[in-house]
Design a binder for this molecule. Structure first.
Ligand SMILES: N[C@@H](CCC(=O)N[C@@H](CS)C(=O)NCC(=O)O)C(=O)O
Length: 207
């Protein structure tokens, strides 16, 4: 059994989608950020960074419980535990890791930057908003070009790169003007990925 500590954002949705896709049983614990649940001492023992999502796998390596935080690490952990959604070797594995890292390290933080510069402060910070919107658009364009040539981000197989990217392209992209309107290949991919029953359930679990 896995305990999922989630949030109602793209990051939380990534974690619940990968658990649904893997077909693992999990209990949902919703973290209310507005009430500081992510800073509670008990949660800091699970994720010392004080951010959601995180998971506790009661049946981790060597049968011992393990805590996993950071969405890229959560998706990789579940993929390796189940042998699903991360090819074992070869070009598809490298591509999955490249695009999964791009989403976690570049695209997601650009949307976070738009939030911290333009949505959460009492007065938007124009330089920051322009910077992060521009970066988000640049990374979306790269994704769109990739999806023009490939069904999925890693190539012909659905992987954790798609699982990480889907909530960014749906929940977060409206933070930039036009969202994904100019990106026909991302729209086609959103339709394909969004039709998967596990993706629908995973999105609903962190909504
Ligand atoms: N790099 C982290 C980002 C996680 C993150 O930013 N979580 C947000 C909610 S979407 C959060 O808990 N923020 C609270 C805070 O930063 O204090 C990941 O991929 O898991």
């Amino acid at each position: 059994m896995i305990d999922l500590y989630t949030v109602k954002t793209a990051n939380g949705q990534r974690a619940s989608i990968v658990l649904e896709e893997a077909g693992l049983a999990y209990d949902v614990h919703m973290l209310d950020l507005t009430k500081g649940a992510h800073q509670a001492p008990a949660f800091l023992k699970i994720n010392p960074l004080g951010m959601g999502p995180a998971i506790t796998d009661r049946d981790g390596p060597d049968g011992k419980p393990i805590h996993v935080f950071e969405t890229l690490a959560i998706c990789t952990y579940i993929a390796e535990k189940t042998g699903k959604f991360l090819p074992a070797a070869g070009v598809a594995r490298v591509e999955a890791q490249k695009w999964a890292t791009m989403v976690a390290a570049d695209l997601g933080p650009s949307f976070a930057g738009v939030f911290y510069m333009g949505i959460s402060p009492p007065e938007p910070v124009p330089y920051g908003v322009d910077l992060f919107q521009g970066r988000a658009k640049r990374f979306l364009k790269a994704m769109d070009d990739r999806l023009a040539q490939n069904e999925f981000l890693a190539g012909s197989v659905y992987t954790i790169a798609d699982i990480l990217a889907y909530p960014s392209a749906t929940t977060s992209a409206p933070r930039v003007p036009g969202g994904i309107d100019d990106f026909a290949n991302i729209q086609r991919w959103v339709s394909t990925v969004g039709a998967r029953p596990a993706v629908k359930k995973g999105m609903a679990a962190s909504a």
